[in-house]
Design a protein around this ligand. Structure first.
Ligand SMILES: NC(=O)c1ccc[n+]([C@@H]2O[C@H](COP(=O)([O-])OP(=O)(O)OC[C@H]3O[C@@H](n4cnc5c(N)ncnc54)[C@H](O)[C@@H]3O)[C@@H](O)[C@H]2O)c1
Length: 161
């Protein structure tokens, strides 16, 4: 297994992709997971219901906002998190036309808050190499791939669509 990946903070883990990732992670790796999710209209704790029963020692659910820096800091420190997997988002583009505020607050300000909290925590620990912050975003960031193209990498030029 890649270094790190021993104690995960998964944001948006009650949503569509996040909950499936939590399921996959616990069933294939089984290392401890803290899910931070605000349970907006898009989140459903029942997505994790069977996992909370089956993996009660490994899975901790926290209802809260990624923009709540003191909360994020305490979760990082108290759980010795080495990896953040960030799924929490306002994800339905049509809703952003009617109400863009929540999108800016969560996708921009919330993500920034999470990044800054993790960066400070990583610095306080002496900047260990094995710590990772994975931001699950959208294919729209890097543009389009055809099936035969190699996968995007984080150094790939940004070509938002
Ligand atoms: N679903 C797709 O097909 C798809 C495709 C490509 C990329 N993505 C990206 O993957 C990510 C997750 O997508 P999804 O489909 O699982 O979304 P989703 O809407 O199903 O889930 C988002 C989750 O984030 C939580 N959340 C929202 N705001 C929050 C906040 N401020 N603090 C904490 N939790 C909060 C919600 O309660 C919900 O559980 C998004 O960035 C999305 O753009 C999704």
């Amino acid at each position: 297994m890649t270094p790190g990946l021993q104690r995960l903070l998964i944001t948006g883990g009650a949503g569509f992709i996040g909950s499936n990732f939590v399921r996959h992670w616990l069933q294939t790796h089984g290392t401890p997971v803290v899910v931070l999710d605000a349970l907006t209209y898009a989140g459903n704790r029942a997505n994790l219901g069977d996992l909370e029963a089956q993996f009660s020692d490994q899975l901790t659910f926290v209802k809260g906002d990624i923009g709540d820096r003191p909360l994020v800091e305490s979760l990082l420190q108290q759980n010795n998190i080495d990896t953040v997997v960030h799924f929490a988002a306002e994800s339905h583009v049509d809703r952003s036309i009617l109400g863009p505020g929540a999108f800016v607050q969560t996708n921009v300000v919330g993500t920034f808050t999470l990044l800054e909290a993790f960066r400070q925590y990583w610095r306080d620990l002496g900047q260990p190499d094995q710590m990772r912050f994975h931001h699950v975003s959208t294919d729209e960031v890097y543009g389009s791939l055809s099936p035969a193209d190699p996968a995007f990498y984080r150094t790939h030029p940004l070509r938002p669509q």
